[in-house]
Write a protein that binds this ligand. Structure first.
Ligand code: F6R
Length: 608
C-alpha cells in the first residue's frame, strides 16, 4: 500500500523518480506526486488517478532538481484527490508516507491548538507539521526527525526532505518495508528493491525502528534514539526488465500463461526429478516431531493454505489449524512448542500475516514462510524460507503466486508424509511424478481453453451474481474463483462448500444466478453431482468445470461445460485453477474494468 521513493542524485531526478514509481504502482494507484529541490526551492507536482496523469503534469510543468522524493498512493485517510496526494509540504519540510499514523487525531488536535493549519484530510500531514514545529523549537533536522519518530505511533515507512538541506533525505521504518540503495555518488530509498533496480542492486533493508539519513557519500542508519546501527548490504536479484507485459494485454494474462514455466521452476527447487523424491535441504522444521501446524495468511494466500490443510492432514496425518491472519492474530489460540507455524504470503509484507508470525514467534514456535519475495520482512523473520519462485507478480489479482504456493505446499506435505511415516517411498515417487507432469498438463490446458472460456465470459459478464461450489480441495478453489471474479470484474460472487448449499444459499438459486460447479471425477464427484441436481431442479444455470470422466458421467443440462483432462487428485487444484482464473480474467476484460489494477485494491497490504 503506497509506494515511496527518494533520490539524492547528481543529475535530474524527476523522471527517474516517476520511473521508479511505475515499478511501485502495484502498491497503490489512486494518486501520485513528486517533489524536488532546485536552487534552494522545493516544488512539487501531484495528480489524482494513475501515474500517467502525473507524467502529463510533469511534461507540462517539468520539475528540475537533483534531489527529490515521490509517492504513489493507496488512500487510507482522506479521499484520493490532488490535495491529499503526497508529498505533503509544511514550512520547508516535505513528507511521503506509507502506512497509518494511529495517533494522528490526537496529534492533530494538539498541533491545531498550537496554531497549525491543516490543508489535507491525511494522517501524514501531522508528520510534516510535527517536523516543522520541532524545527521552529530550534531542533536541527535530524533531531526534529528523531523527536517526531518518538511521538508518532502506528505502522509507517516515511521519507522526508528539507528545503534547507538539498543534499540529504531522511527515512524511517516501523512496519512497511523500506530499502536503501547505494549508487556511485548517488543514494536511493524505495519501498522495494524492484523500484531501485535500474539505479542500483546494492541494497540495505531497514528494519523496524530504523531511521536513515542518506547523502551523496552514503547512509547513516540509527535507532529512534539516534544510536548508530549496522544493516548488511545485499546484492538484490531484482531486475527492472522483469516488469514487462511482453505480448500480453495485461500482466494478469501474462502471469496466468506463465504458470507452467514458473511452477516447473518452483518444483525443481523442492523435488529431484531424476529420483522422484522431495529434497530435504531445509531442516529448520522437523515435520516428524510436530504435533500440529498453525497456518495463517490473507486472501488468495489463505486459500492456498486451506488446500494445504487438506494435504497435510491427509498425506501426513498432521493436524492443521488455519485462519485468516486478521483473525488469527487476535484469537489468543493456545499454542505449544511442539507445533510449527507456516505463513503464506506472495509479497511477504502483509501486515496481518506478519503480526500473526510475530505472535507465534513469541510463543516459541518454529516459523516457516512460503513467500515469493525472498528479501521480504516475513521471509527475514522466519526460521525456514520456502520460496515459491514465481517471479514478480504485478497484476493485483494473484494467479501464478497461488499455484506456485500450492506446488510448494504439495511438496512440503509429501515431505511431511514421508517424515511422519504415513507415505511410503513408493507413494512419494508416485506423487512426485504427478507433480512433475503438472507443467505439461497445465500448458496443454491453457492452450485448449482460451476460445471456450472467452465465449463463456461474454455470457457471464451479463450477470450480477455468481455462485461457486466445490467439495474437498475444490471447495477452497470455489472460494478462490469467487474472490478472483469479484475483485477484477466487480460482479458479486460467493464460494460455498457444495454440501452447504441446502443450508442457506439454495434460496438464491434462480435463472439469474449462474452456479459454477467445480467437480473433477474424484472421491467427492457423486456427492457434488447431487448438489448440482438440486440447482438444476430449481432452474439454476450451471457452468460445470470438470474432467473427461466427470463430463461423461453427468447427464445434467448445463449452460456450459468446461472439460479438463483427467488428472490425479493431488494436482487437480493447480490444473483446475486455470479455468477459474481465465474465466475471471476474460469476464473482467468484457466488463472493461482495470484488470491489473482493480479499484480500491493494492498488491501489498501493509496496514491492518
Ligand atoms: C487476491 C489477492 C489477495 C492477496 C492477499 C495476501 O487476488 O491477491 O487476496 O492474496 O492480499 O497478499 P500476500 O500474499 O502478499 O500476503
Amino acid at each position: 500500500m503506497c509506494g515511496i521513493v527518494g533520490i539524492v542524485g547528481n543529475k535530474p531526478v524527476a523522471e527517474r523518480l516517476v520511473d521508479a514509481l511505475k515499478r511501485l504502482e502495484y502498491r497503490g494507484y489512486d494518486s501520485a506526486g513528486v517533489a524536488t529541490i532546485n536552487a534552494g526551492r522545493m516544488d512539487r507536482r501531484r495528480a489524482e488517478g494513475k501515474l500517467f496523469n502525473l507524467e502529463k503534469r510533469l511534461s507540462e510543468e517539468p520539475l528540475p532538481g537533483t534531489t527529490g522524493i515521490a509517492h504513489t498512493r493507496w488512500a487510507t485517510h482522506g479521499v484520493p484527490n490532488e490535495t491529499n496526494a503526497h508529498p505533503h509540504f509544511v514550512e520547508g519540510v516535505a513528507v511521503v508516507h506509507n502506512g497509518i499514523i494511529e495517533n494522528f487525531s490526537e496529534l492533530k488536535d494538539e498541533l491545531i491548538a498550537d496554531g497549525a493549519i491543516f490543508n489535507t484530510q491525511t494522517d501524514t500531514e501531522v508528520v510534516a507539521h510535527l517536523l516543522a514545529k520541532y524545527r521552529r523549537d530550534g531542533l536541527d533536522n535530524k533531531a526534529a526527525m528523531l523527536a517526531m519518530l518518538n511521538r508518532v505511533t502506528g505502522a509507517y515507512a516515511l521519507v522526508v526532505m528539507y528545503q534547507d538541506d538539498p543534499d540529504t533525505i531522511m527515512a524511517a521504518r516501523s512496519g512497511p518495508p523500506l530499502a536503501v540503495g547505494f549508487g556511485k555518488g548517488e543514494m536511493f530509498l524505495g519501498s522495494d528493491a524492484i523500484a531501485l533496480a535500474p539505479f542500483t542492486n546494492e541494497i540495505a533493508y531497514l528494519v523496524d525502528g530504523d531511521c536513515a539519513v542518506i547523502h551523496h557519500g552514503g547512509a547513516e542508519i540509527m535507532d529512534f534514539a539516534g544510536k548508530p546501527v549496522e544493516r548488511p548490504h545485499q546484492i538484490s536479484q531484482a531486475s527492472a526488465f522483469m516488469v514487462d507485459k511482453g505480448n500480453y494485454r495485461h500482466f494478469m494474462q501474462k502471469e496466468i500463461y506463465e504458470q507452467p514455466e514458473v511452477i516447473a521452476h518452483a518444483l525443481s527447487h523442492y523435488v529431484d526429478f531424476s529420483s522422484y523424491t522431495v529434497r530435504e535441504d531445509n531442516d529448520a522444521i522437523d515435520f516428524a516431531k510436530l504435533r500440529g501446524l498453525a497456518v495463517s495468511a490473507c486472501g488468495t494466500a489463505y486459500l492456498s493454505g486451506l488446500i494445504g490443510k487438506y494435504w497435510f492432514e491427509r498425506y501426513a496425518r498432521l493436524p492443521v489449524e488455519i485462519d485468516v491472519a486478521s483473525e488469527f492474530r487476535y484469537r489468543e489460540m493456545p499454542l505449544s512448542q511442539d507445533q510449527a507455524a507456516l505463513f503464506i504470503s506472495q509479497s511477504g509484507e502483509t501486515a496481518d500475516t506478519l503480526a500473526s508470525l510475530r505472535y507465534c514467534k513469541d510463543a516459541g514456535l518454529k516459523i516457516g514462510a512460503v513467500v515469493n519475495v525472498k528479501e521480504s520482512t516475513i521471509a527475514r523473520e522466519s526460521d525456514a524460507i520456502f520460496p515459491i519462485l514465481a517471479g514478480p507478480e504485478i497484476g493485483v489479482a494473484s494467479t501464478k503466486a497461488f499455484t506456485c504456493q500450492l506446488a510448494v505446499l504439495a511438496a512440503l506435505a509429501i515431505r511431511a508424509g514421508r517424515a511422519r511415516g504415513h507415505l511410503s517411498a513408493a507413494d512419494e515417487k508416485t506423487m512426485v511424478r504427478q507433480l512433475a507432469e503438472m507443467p505439461r498438463i497445465m500448458s496443454s490446458v491453457l492452450n485448449s481453453l482460451q476460445t471456450k472460456v472467452e465465449a463463456l465470459s461474454r455470457d457471464l459478464s451479463k450477470f450480477k451474481d455468481v455462485l461457486y461450489l466445490g467439495r474437498g480441495t475444490s471447495y477452497p478453489l470455489a472460494l478462490e474463483g469467487a474472490l478472483k471474479l469479484k475483485e477484477i470484474s466487480y460482479i458479486h460472487a460467493e464460494g460455498y462448500a457444495a454440501g452447504e448449499l441446502k443450508h442457506g444459499p439454495i434460496a438464491l438459486i434462480d435463472e439469474n444466478m449462474p452456479v459454477i460447479v467445480i467437480a473433477p471425477h474424484d472421491r467427492f464427484y457423486e456427492k457434488t453431482i447431487s448438489n448440482m441436481q438440486e440447482v438444476a431442479a430449481r432452474g439454476g444455470r450451471i457452468i460445470f468445470v470438470t474432467d473427461v470422466k466427470g463430463a461423461a458421467a453427468s447427464k445434467l443440462p448445463t449452460m456450459e461445460t468446461i472439460v479438463l483432462p483427467n488428472v490425479p487428485e493431488l494436482i487437480s487444484p493447480m490444473v483446475f485453477s486455470l479455468p477459474i482464473q481465465l474465466l475471471a480474467y476474460h469476464t473482467a476484460v468484457f466488463m472493461g474494468t482495470d484488470v491489473d489494477q482493480p479499484r480500491n485494491l493494492a498488491k501489498s497490504v501493509t496496514v491492518e
